[in-house]
Design a protein around this ligand. Sequence first.
Ligand code: BGC
Ligand code: CA
Length: 454
Amino acid sequence: MRLLKKVTAVALASCMAMSLAACGGGSSETTKAPAENTAESTEAGDDTAETTEAGGEADATEAPAADGPVANKDKPLVWFNRQPSNSSTGELNMDALNFNANTYYVGFNANQGAELQGTMVKEYIESHIDSIDRNGDGIIGYVLAIGDIGHNDSIARTRGVRSALGTAVEANGAVDSTPVGTNTDGTSSYVQDGTLEVNGKTYTIRELASQEMKNQTGATWDAATAGNAINTWSASFGESIDVVVSNNDGMGMAMFNAWSMAQGVPTFGYDANSDAVAAIANGYGGTISQHADVQAYLTLRVLRNILDGVDIDTGIGTADEAGNVLSADVYEYNEAERSYYALNVAVTADNYQDFMDSTVTYAPVSNQLGEDHAAKKVWLNIYNSADNFLSATYMPLLQKYDDLLNLEVEYIQGDGQNESNITNRLSNPSQYDAFAINMVKTDNAASYTNLLNQ
Ligand code: BGC
Ligand code: CA
C-alpha cells in the first residue's frame, strides 16, 4: 500500500513536469519507486554468502567487499551532477549508467526545475508590470546567461525560460536552446518575440541577448565570463535590459554584482547558493533550489547501501535504523534511467528566509549511522574547483554527510577543462571501495570506466 501511494505521488510530480511545453529529453516518463532494486541487493547478498562460506567467516551483515577483493569494475559507482549523455543530442549513455549492477546517477528533475524557473520569472514580470519596462518602449527585454550548451540541465533551463516567456521556437521537435548572440532587433530565428497581456495591456517580451559562458580555456558555466558579458551588453543596449536571467547563480551573481544590482534590474539564477539567496534582500529576483541537500545525501547514501549489502532503498524511501528517510515530495527514482532525481523548489522574496544557508543537511536524513556501518573509502571528484554551486553548496554538504554515513571520502577537484586532470588522480582505484564521479563533459564517462575496467 505504501509503495502504491508513493508511486502515485511520484507519477503526479512527473505529470506536472511533463506539462511543461518545453519538455524534451524527459527525465520522468518511467518513474517507479526505488524498491524495484531488491533484485540487485539480493544478488549482492548472495555474493556475501559465497564469500562468507569460502572465507569461513560468518559475518552476514558485511558487504561483499569485506572479505575478498572486489574487482574495480564491480565496485559501486555513482555519477552525479553531470549525467552520462550525448552532449549534442542529450541522449542518455545507458552503457555508462549500467556500467555494473551497482551503478546509479544522482541529479535533479531538470524539466520540473526549468518550468519553475520560467514561471518564477514570468510571475515576477506580471507582478511588477508597472515598473519593469525601464525605457517605456512596451518591450520587456531580457538577457540570458547559458551555462553549457551540451549539458542537459543547462538546455532544460534555457528551454524553460523561453517557454514560459513565450519566446521559444521549435527545432527538431523540441524547444530550440541555441544561444542567440545579440537579438536587439528581434530577428533571431532561434527565438521569437513573445507577448504578455497584463491588465488589458499587451507587452512584447524579447530575448535581447544570450551566450554560452565559456572561458578562453574551455571552462563552462563561467561566472567571470558572464560578468564580462553583461558589461558588454549593458554598454551597448543597457536601457533595454529589464530582466537578467541565468542558468545558474554563479553566473547570475556575477552579472548582478557587475551591473544589475546598481541598476535595480531583477536577476534570476538557479541553485539557491547562500550568496544568491542573501542577495534577494538587495533585489536579486529569485533562484531555484535543486535540493542539493537531498542530492548530496543520495550521492553517498546509495554507495553506503551497496557497500552494506542492504536494499538500495534503505534510508531513502524506507527508513533506516537511525530514522533517516526521504519523502516522495523531495525526490523520485527512475528505474529505467538508473537515476535518482531531487525535486526543485522556487526561492523568492516570499520564502528566501528559509534558505539562507545552502550547506545545512536535510533534517529528515541527518541522523548519524552507528559504528556497525564500517568505515569505507570513497573516491569522489568535483569537475571544477571554481564551480560556485559544486564548491559552495554541494561539496560542503557531502562533507557533512560523509561523517553521518561513516564514509572516508577523498575529494579531488578538477580544473573544469580536462578530464585527464582528474583521471590522473585515480591511478590506483584498488585503494577505494566505491566511486562518485562528476565528469567535465557528459560524453566522457569512458575516461573513468576504462580505468575501472583495467
Ligand atoms: C548547476 C550549475 C553547475 C552545474 C555543473 C548544475 O546543476 O546548477 O550551477 O555549474 O551543475 O555541472
Ligand atoms: Ca523596455
